[in-house]
Design a protein around this ligand. Structure first.
Ligand code: ZN
Length: 428
């Protein structure tokens, strides 16, 4: 082999010395290391013990790669004998850079955790050549399956959202989140269903100080959520998220678009059928976000369907009310006028929404009082949608909690760029 330049870099693992370095035929780096610490804590009496008593079997721990090479640390853990306890039991030395149950060093597990953010177990298992089960073990060591109230920042808004795990509308899990005043979303729970009793049980078990801080509960229009919040958090204001409201009134208009496209594809002369293509996003986006080309496509589509034009206009009018109403009374009054225009239009695509409005109008109106930004509700719901697609078939709520926590909080908690080599190189 041609002569190569060599470098040396610090190992960044405390209290070990390297006895040997080898490169296997496969190009893997194996570093044999030994702990330089000369004591441990007796597993029976808890005292510090220093009397050496041989070694355990050698362990091979996967570590962070170096220059693209997989790295393993080989260590024979030291054993110590207790002079105080009856029978002088021996204890294996515990070191804080690996977990005795793990196949990897903590540093490498942290990297695996970062790789799992917004990804899947199968994908990371393939990329890193680790097993699926090993990754499940990593998740369990690094991320709890339920919320850790101690580490949660203060929050005043509780959000209740949901994911439908299977197609159709039966298999819902409820997703409870905390929103801090600076717009961070933290996961509180994934509940196995959306029954009132299930939500009540969780809310009632929340620390009393946390309950008392909650001023607002934002949810979708669902009896179970609203009734649960009213029972356990009677002091909080209930708001139906603008995001969920918009979903409902926009759904009806989207269905009408599909229906009209089907009709127009049959009725329009061949030459004009191209006018129907690439109209989904021009039709869905806010008018002010459209490019000139998109405006043209939208105009041609609406030109073919007066009903769709009326529905589009009414949809945008309702959005405008949510953007600009100055108070609850103003908002509800304007929605009242809007309803009259819907009735005069002869359209039925808002019927389902109006039925919901009859039931939930008061809580929808609370939006105009607090004007919570719906940005993070939307962000969370986008994550839920993506997670559902990625983790198809994932039904265990504990695992859903871990994966969602990781997606929401992973970069904040585990990003290597925030803590990389902190301490090891002082002020670098
Ligand atoms: Zn002892």
């Amino acid at each position: 082999m041609a002569k190569q330049p060599f470098i040396s870099i610090p190992l960044d693992i405390p209290d070990v010395q390297v006895l040997k370095t080898e490169i296997t035929k496969a190009g893997e780096l194996i570093l044999t290391v030994e702990s330089t610490l000369t004591s441990t804590i007796c597993r029976r009496c808890g005292r510090t013990i220093t009397e050496g008593h041989g070694h355990d079997e050698a362990r091979l721990l996967r570590h962070l790669p170096i220059l693209g090479r997989p790295v393993y640390l080989r260590i024979r853990p030291k054993r110590f004998r207790c002079p105080y306890c009856d029978g002088h039991p021996t204890t294996t030395q515990k070191l804080d850079w690996y977990d005795p149950a793990a196949l990897h060093t903590n540093a490498y597990e942290r990297q695996l955790i970062v790789l799992l953010i917004n990804s899947t177990l199968t994908d990371v298992a393939t990329k890193e050549d680790v097993t699926y089960d090993a990754l499940l073990g990593v998740l369990d060591r690094w991320i709890g399956r339920t919320v850790d109230w101690e580490r949660l920042p203060a929050f005043v808004t509780l959000g209740i959202d949901e994911i439908a795990l299977t197609k159709g509308h039966r298999d819902f899990v409820a997703v409870l989140s905390a929103r801090t005043s600076d717009g961070e979303v933290h996961l509180l729970a994934v509940l196995p269903d959306r029954r009132k009793a299930t939500v009540v049980a969780f809310l009632a078990a929340m620390p009393a100080a946390r309950q008392a801080q909650i001023t607002t509960v934002c949810s979708d229009m669902w009896e179970g959520y609203v009734a649960a919040a009213q029972e356990v958090l009677p002091h909080a204001t209930l708001v139906i998220d603008r995001f969920h409201v918009a979903q409902h009134y926009r759904d009806g208009v989207d269905s009408l678009r599909k229906q009209e496209l089907r009709r127009l594809r049959e009725e329009l002369p061949e030459a004009q059928r191209d006018d129907l293509k690439h109209t989904l996003w021009p039709f869905r986006k806010r008018p002010e976000d459209l490019s000139t080309a998109e405006q043209g496509r939208l105009k041609r589509l609406l030109g073919h369907s007066p009903a769709l034009r009326r529905a589009y206009t009414l949809r945008e009018e309702l959005t405008r009310i949510f953007d600009t109403a100055r108070s609850k009374a103003d908002g509800l009054r304007r929605i009242g006028f809007w309803r009259q225009r819907v009735a005069r239009s002869g359209l039925t695509c808002f019927d389902a929404f109006l039925k919901l409005f009859d039931r939930w109008g008061d809580l929808i109106g609370n939006y105009f009082v607090h004007r919570q930004s719906s940005g993070f509700v939307e962000g969370l719901n986008t994550k839920l949608k993506v997670l559902k697609r990625r983790c198809y078939g994932l039904k265990h709520v504990g695992h859903l909690f871990q994966r969602l926590t990781l997606d929401l909080d992973g970069y904040r908690r585990f990003s290597p760029w925030r803590t990389a080599h902190a301490g090891a190189h002082g002020n670098s």
